[in-house]
Design a protein around this ligand. Structure first.
Ligand SMILES: [Zn+2]
Length: 489
């Protein structure tokens, strides 16, 4: 697909301006009248939860529950995992202000286009299900195939031991120890799931919990890291299902599903790290940034992102009579992020050791350039270039304030791989969320507050700050279409 364009809005990362704190976003614990229904299916689907358990007749019926795959709480971006979070489509979280600064201060669904977001999680599913009349939205997993060269040449050992996921059992009826079995079935021989069977007795040994979705209470059990999913022996050439059945005697119902992203095409992203030297102090990136590239970010989109070149670009060694060099030296200390970024790009295209014939922002360039500088750009941490069509470019810069900030280093690279912010408005955004409420790399670490004097103020920190390791499934698709990726290797 075509690249997302930058249209208006703000493409620099700020530390959030002044912090005008008023109501902080929080999960409300209840009330607000209203029914949510999922796609018009059986409104009040959970209404049976608090009634008495039906008496068991001799004709024993399967108790109704749904099973969801979920990420363990220890998740740090090691693999791709995405699902339709309930707070994205049910008004559960208080949003202080919309993305333009207008006052809301009420529980609000965090995604602004719920219907099309829901569709994302159904698209590509070979067999969608509606157990007990409830539309089921599967979670999505992406893992590398662990293969020999003969089996598949572009495998990767990263998920060789498989990934451990939680299983969540949402009650529709009260689950009892009645001999029901939960059966997990992979639809592809390269995709392995362990265990293949769980007894309901084991489920109810876990602590029963409940959660409140804007007035609807759901009782559930969560089995932590209960299931291991692995891909080996070959790659998945299609989106693949792991189906979950509940079975009691002759009755067998499909009550859950995990979708596994196809992994037979593994593009490479080559990163060129350029340390721009302007004075005595050399910029130094966060120690583990290579690990972040490879194992905590773009791996989720099954992109092998690796630092291929680590180089320096010494401004002092450039021709002193060059116009752009003179202008840069004169103005580089002025904290103007746009000037610093654009001029460094221009200088590198002229004098850089790893420059390319058509310029690093050209369509043929198959690398992403990360410039780091000890120059300050006020409270701007980093910013990404744009190409001549105002699409996201192939290089980005991390300023002094962002050098130790892993979120900035990955966030800006996400832009250079075509991703807009999750709060990007307008037709070129695939989906739009409220600013500062998700754990996504492409969100900001602060919530949008009021807009005043040409500036958006913060209403408080993003509650996921420091743990924003997610890319959404539909962002995997966008990044994998970026022009700078290498598919033939
Ligand atoms: Zn950004």
């Amino acid at each position: 697909m075509s690249k997302e364009s930058y249209i208006g809005g703000d493409y620099i990362e700020t530390t959030g301006g002044s912090n005008e704190t008023f109501a902080k976003g929080k999960i409300i614990n209840n009330s607000l009248e209203g029914n949510f229904s999922q796609n018009g299916n059986r409104n009040g689907i959970y209404s049976g939860i608090n009634r008495e358990a039906p008496s068991i007749s001799s004709n024993v019926a399967l108790k109704r529950f749904l099973v969801h795959f979920r990420r363990p709480s220890s998740y740090q971006g090691e693999y791709g995992f995405d699902w339709l979070r309930e707070e994205y489509f049910i008004p559960m979280v208080t949003v202080t202000n919309d993305n333009n600064g207008n006052h809301i201060n009420a529980p609000t669904a965090l995604c602004k286009n719920v219907a099309s977001l829901k569709q994302e999680y159904l698209s590509g599913v070979p067999n969608n299900i509606v157990p007990y009349g409830i539309r089921y939205y599967p979670a999505w997993l992406s893992i590398f195939p662990a293969t020999t060269t003969k089996e598949f040449a572009h495998g990767f050992t990263m998920h060789k031991a498989g990934v451990d996921l939680d299983l969540q059992f949402d009650e529709l009826d009260t689950i009892i120890s009645d001999g029901t079995e939960i059966i997990l079935e992979s639809t592809n021989r390269f995709l392995k799931v362990i265990p293949e069977k769980i007894s309901v007795a084991e489920v109810i040994k876990a602590r029963k919990q409940s959660r409140n979705l804007n007035g609807k209470v759901i009782n559930y059990y969560r089995l932590n890291k209960k299931v291991n999913i692995k891909c080996s022996g070959g790659a998945l050439s299609d989106y693949t299902e792991i189906k979950v059945f509940a079975k009691l005697n002759e009755e067998k119902v499909e009550v859950g599903k995990l979708m596994v992203y196809k992994n037979d095409v593994i593009p490479k992203a080559e990163i060129v790290v350029v340390n721009v030297i302007t004075g005595a102090n050399k910029a130094q990136l966060k120690d583990d940034y290579q690990h972040l590239f490879k194992r905590q970010s773009f791996n989720q989109a099954l992109i092998r992102a690796e630092v291929k070149v680590d180089t320096e670009f010494d401004i002092n060694s450039l021709p002193a009579n060059d116009r752009d060099v003179i202008a840069f030296k004169q103005n580089m200390s002025g904290s103007n992020s746009e000037f610093i970024k654009n001029t460094i790009g221009k200088l590198y295209d002229k004098f850089g050791k790893f420059k390319t014939a058509e310029g690093i922002n050209g369509n043929q360039n198959k690398r992403t350039y990360l410039f780091l500088t000890s120059l300050s750009a006020g409270n701007v941490l980093g910013s990404c270039s744009l190409d001549s069509n105002r699409n996201w470019g192939n290089f980005y810069i991390v300023y002094n304030a962002g050098l130790k900030d892993g979120h900035t280093i990955m966030h800006e690279c996400g832009h250079s791989l075509s991703l807009p912010h999750v709060f990007q408005e307008g037709s070129r955004a695939r989906h739009t969320f409220y600013h500062g409420y998700t754990d996504n790399y492409m969100d900001y670490t602060w919530q949008a507050g009021v807009f005043r004097n040409g500036q958006l103020y913060s209403s408080g920190p993003n509650i996921y700050k420091g743990k924003m390791f997610s890319f959404f499934k539909w962002q995997w698709d966008i990044m994998r279409s970026d022009r700078s990726l290498i598919f033939n290797y």
